[in-house]
Design a protein around this ligand. Sequence first.
Ligand SMILES: [Zn+2]
Ligand SMILES: [Zn+2]
Length: 346
Amino acid sequence: VRAVVAAGVGVVEVVDVPDPLIEEPTDAIVRVRLAGICGSDLHFFHGKAPVEPGGQLGHEAVGVVETVGRHVAGVRPGDRVVVAFHNACGACWFCRRGQTQLCENFRNLGSGAFGPGLGGAQAELLRVPNADTNLLRVPDGVDDERAVFVSDVLATAVYAVAIAGLEVGDTVAVVGAGPVGYCCALVAREAGAASVVVIDLDPARLDLLRSAGIDVVDANREDPESALAERTEGRGADVAIDAVGDPAAFASAAEVARRGGSVVVTGMYTSEEIELQLGVWWARAMSLRFTGVCPVHAWWDRAMAMVAEGRLDPTPLISHRLPLEDAAHGYELFAGRRATKVVLAP
Ligand SMILES: [Zn+2]
Ligand SMILES: [Zn+2]
């Protein structure tokens, strides 16, 4: 089968790989219909996270179950499913608490720095271990383009907004207008925020949010801290979400949050360091939460319900729909910030 692999830093290729097979009785094989290219795939692309040359890429997929092992009870061949972007056992102490991102048997799809990698989702066929835990059936009314967001981005946003402790009537600031930031903004509005403000430096990405009816601050033109102060009688945002994963974005989130407010970090960090003035955070009575990887299994039902009920639509984010064979072009566009979201169809 054809699959996207890393060929070196900044180079991806589409090559033939051996067909994935049922290895355990709890496995399923999924024929991929649509796979996303994600910001975290770029960590491998740029060499920020290690990847073996030839390692398969991709972790966001929707597809159809092709075959199942004899212990799989929850899905059958022919079912259309979303694949969890990280694979959890469903049985360990953390999984039982819904913290599947901390699973003792955690495995990434695609070549991962965070555990023994599985095959990538940017491929024609994908082996999914613990299929009953890691596949979610897609309702008939939800198309592949909406469903693919449930495998990662939208579930991540639902989770980030939920753990922020958002209350109805709150002002929410989201730093970063990429796919996760976009979804956080829509989810926060849906969750009852009175006002949602997205801060970014990229006017095109901000336009996309404006089209969705979200208030935006272009940080090239306006100081985010003053912009949030103006909208909140000088206080600042009740909740600020770092949806980038960059020290400047974190600083911005911390700046726009009010005293007693909460800062939630969902953007991914690896080895970055900053100085945190503990006295300032203490005196301001701030909450700080790191989401880690989204425990997608605990949140994807809610994300799926949101798209199924038409309460929000992430598909305006898709700027490019390409055949799997054009994956290299897709990575180039996305890495060059000329695409907001690329989806690949095998
Ligand atoms: Zn992703
Ligand atoms: Zn587990």
